[in-house]
Design a protein around this ligand. Structure first.
Ligand SMILES: [Zn+2]
Length: 340
């Protein structure tokens, strides 16, 4: 789950954005007229990007296997914090990462619904370059919907299955580039309905903990980019340009999609999304949230029992997975990366 402010049809490729125009104080019912206003102090120009001509052969992933992972995660049923099925999915993800370098970030979150165990799982694939690219997905499902048939096939399931396939892609290979850390983060979803508690005050528990931990141990300064995948399995795939992400990194994502011939699935819409990247943005890490926040007409399947695997497509997993890997390939060869 995420929170959004506006959906703006756009043809703009160069956007005036200030991160200060985030949505903490705005109602979630904001309309398209509430375009974030650039401030006089904001730098509204993108840095000139020096993109490598060659980012290597196009990446390939096994989209059928990625979809199988999604189905198996969803088959455990709703996976809200504290549930038996949540525990099983933790075990499922960890079992697929056995033998590799894995960090478990386990803690207790104090939420409006009480204290809950939270478990972030991080799989690390070392590279030859100094620096880390994080690719993240949450795997929990919405707590207020725990008594329903809601299984979050797209919301949490699709991206978590895709990351397992990205792990297969990365495993056992020498990376001539940045280290890649895959993060299955927990407790992204709000515990109370948004009508009762603002999403930003009651969500992102796992990722906020990880940011603090990585700041304390010095990891954070080595993170070159944070790529987030959320709700990326929709068969009708249209990834939003997120105005809360880092503009230059969004441009690299678009370049990657274009190189693969997938650009028609990207950035027809723009949106201002509150999601797992926000705590990293607030610490100055370049972020790109890859999210399709139009799941069914007017997003009607989002956070409903209709968020089921029949709405998803392995092709969408392939488009997003390959675009993420191509983005990494471009970042590996951009030297230096633009300033944060
Ligand atoms: Zn959600």
């Amino acid at each position: 789950m995420i929170s959004k402010i506006s959906i703006l049809p756009t043809l703009l490729l160069s956007i005036a954005v200030s991160f200060g125009a985030c949505d903490h104080d705005k109602p979630s019912t904001a309309t398209a007229s509430q375009k974030p206003a650039p401030t006089a102090a904001a730098d509204t120009t993108l840095p000139k990007l020096s993109l490598p001509a060659d980012s290597g052969p196009p990446p390939t992933i096994d989209s059928a296997r990625a979809m199988q992972y999604v189905k198996e995660i969803v088959a455990y049923g709703p996976r809200p914090l504290g549930s038996a099925s949540h525990k099983k999915v933790e075990g499922y993800i960890s079992a697929h990462l056995k033998g590799g370098e894995v960090e478990d970030d386990v803690f207790t979150a104090d939420t409006p619904e009480g204290k809950f165990p939270v478990h972030n799982i991080i799989a690390k694939f070392p590279g030859t370059k100094d620096g880390i690219i994080v690719i993240a997905s949450h795997y929990d499902t919405n707590y207020p919907l725990r008594g329903t048939a809601y299984v979050g096939a797209n919301d949490g399931g699709s991206s978590s299955g895709l990351l397992l396939e990205l792990a297969n892609h990365l495993r056992g290979k020498k990376r001539d580039g940045y280290s890649i850390w895959l993060v299955w983060d927990d407790a992204e979803e709000g515990m109370k309905p948004e009508s009762e508690v603002a999403f930003i005050d009651d969500s992102l528990y796992g990722i906020r903990h990880l940011v603090e931990k990585w700041q304390a141990d010095g990891t954070l300064k080595n993170i070159k980019a944070f790529l987030l995948a959320d709700m990326i399995g929709d068969a009708d795939l249209n990834i939003d340009r997120d105005l809360n992400s880092t503009p230059w990194l969004e441009e690299v994502v678009y370049e990657a999609a274009t190189r693969l011939g997938y650009q028609s699935h990207f950035f027809d819409r723009q949106n201002q999304v509150t999601d797992d990247h926000i705590p990293f943005m607030q610490k100055g890490v370049p972020c790109a949230d890859l999210i399709d926040f139009d799941y069914g007409y007017n997003n009607v399947f989002w956070h409903t029992p209709q968020d089921t695997v029949d709405k998803l497509s392995p092709k969408s997993l392939e488009i997003v997975g390959s675009t993420i890997l191509e983005t990494v390939g471009i970042l590996d060869k951009m030297d230096p990366l633009p300033p944060k």
